[in-house]
Design a protein around this ligand. Structure first.
Ligand code: 1PX
Length: 215
């Protein structure tokens, strides 16, 4: 029953997935990271088909990482840290220009990692916005401060058009299905520090290995 399924879906559960991402020794678990993204994409799809070019790309990247998680090398893909070590030691990453490994785990996860920064900035704006806040403006500001810097003109333009189709703040809060607006705001307040912690751990791993500009 798809309708009932839709009903139960709350952004709270999705954001909770990011809680389980971090192990006790601050390893970022790829399976949970990917599960979090799968939930976000589901949410994006429920906003309408204008966003399908975005969700298709995200789904594609999720699938690439999923394949590694099912492969014979899966133990090496358990955490972001072990993935980076494994792919670098075995020279499975194109470091300066695209070549033999256009779908390495490292470069694929980096795209989602950059998008997580967008999510953090966007949700923080949503959390602190007033009732008349414009989601499209919040979204494009967050985008310009993060992902846009890594996208060519054509993608930035398409993204800008899609942002105009975002529903208003009230509808947005309803779709999140996390209760009344003040409860949504509280939920975002709980979830954001976690998202930003996961972001920061991955950022540090990539920076330490000089991987932040992978082609
Ligand atoms: C309540 C808030 C929850 C909203 C959940 C929204 C989830 C958004 C998921 C966005 C995932 C975007 C992944 C983009 C990865 C990417 O940068 N890909 C590009 C580079 O990849 P490549 O393999 O070529 O190096 C690729 O070119 C991307 C193409 C698609 C366009 C990406 C536009 C990204 C806009 C992000 C903002 C999403 C707006 C959603 C509105 C709620």
């Amino acid at each position: 029953e798809p309708a009932a399924e839709e009903q139960r879906f709350s952004l709270r559960e999705v954001l909770d997935t990011f809680r389980s991402c971090l192990s006790e020794n601050r390893e970022v678990l790829v399976a949970d990271y990917v599960a979090g993204w799968r939930g976000l994409v589901r949410f994006l799809n429920s906003l309408g088909s204008v966003f399908s070019f975005i969700s298709k790309d995200a789904t594609n990247k999720i699938q690439i990482l999923d394949n590694f998680l099912q492969s014979e090398n899966r133990v090496h893909y358990a955490s972001v840290q072990s993935m980076v070590q494994f792919e670098l030691e075995n020279e499975l990453v194109d470091l300066t220009k695209r070549g033999k490994f256009p779908e390495s785990g490292c470069r694929t996860l980096l795209r989602l990692h950059r998008a997580l920064r967008w999510l953090e900035l966007f949700l923080e704006r949503l959390r602190t916005s007033g009732e008349d806040g414009k989601t499209s403006a919040m979204c494009s500001e967050a985008y310009n401060e993060s992902l846009a810097q890594h996208h060519p003109w054509i993608v930035r333009t398409a993204a800008g058009v899609a942002f105009c189709a975002l529903p208003g703040r009230a509808t947005f809060f309803e779709v999140m299905n996390a209760g009344a607006p003040d409860q949504v705001v509280a939920m975002l307040g709980d979830a954001l520090p976690l998202i930003s912690e996961v972001y920061q751990v991955v950022e540090d791993v990539y920076a330490h290995n000089d991987l932040l500009q992978l082609p």
